[in-house]
Write a protein that binds this ligand. Structure first.
Ligand SMILES: Cc1cc2nc3c(=O)[nH]c(=O)nc-3n(C[C@H](O)[C@H](O)[C@H](O)COP(=O)(O)O)c2cc1C
Length: 183
């Protein structure tokens, strides 16, 4: 199962377009999670207490962990997120808070290091940015660190098209070039 985590917002999202071109090339059933359709719980103290209790009870079949179970079971993961404020939309962070569940997507070794429990062997991160100042540490770099160190997914690939909103830029040509490089 290919899990498509869609953090795109705009109807004519260019990030989504790149992701869809990628998905068309991958083999397997695609299950989409559209983050804009999800009303995430507020991660307040009551939420954390409930989560801790369920984890302590081993009640991993609770609805609270449905997104985490789905993520852990995917064979391939495709995350599509526009570059926002040097990072990605807040909904993607909310999704990460929902799926980072001890005992479902990761566990800790006795030495205190996270160890992945996810089945996927590949994660693609698709993004587009308006400008050309696109440091990776708060967006792709963060997702890559999570994938490799928490989820146990070592193969992480970035697909990106940047500079799309610069005055005079031929956004269409930049996107086409990115699609061509994708193969
Ligand atoms: C809220 C918001 C924040 C943005 N922040 C940045 C930014 O920090 N750097 C940048 O280069 N572009 C930024 N952009 C421009 C988007 O990255 C760019 O338009 C992108 O291609 C949008 O993707 P989409 O077509 O999939 O919606 C921002 C756009 C929005 C709406």
């Amino acid at each position: 199962m290919i899990l498509f985590v869609n953090a795109c917002v705009r109807e004519k999202s260019r990030t989504k377009r790149l992701a869809q071109a990628l998905l068309a090339k991958l083999e397997g059933e695609v299950v989409s999670v559209n983050l804009e359709d999800i009303c995430f719980d507020v991660t307040d103290e009551a939420y954390l207490k409930k989560r801790d209790r369920l984890i302590a009870e081993g009640a991993f079949d609770d609805d609270m962990f449905a997104l985490a179970r789905q993520f852990a079971q995917a064979d391939t993961i495709v995350i599509a997120a526009p570059y926002w404020d040097l990072s990605f939309p807040a909904k993607l962070k909310q999704y990460i808070e929902a799926i980072n569940v001890l005992g479902v997507t990761f566990e800790y070794t006795p030495e205190g290091f996270p160890k992945g429990l996810c089945k996927a062997n590949k994660l693609y991160y698709v993004m587009t940015a308006g400008g050309n100042y696109v440091p990776e540490e708060f967006g792709f770099g963060y997702i890559k660190a999570l994938a490799q160190n928490f989820y146990g997914i070592s193969d992480v690939e970035l697909i990106k098209a940047i500079g799309l909103d610069i005055a005079g830029a031929d956004a269409e040509a930049i996107l086409e070039d990115c699609l061509y490089r994708e193969g």
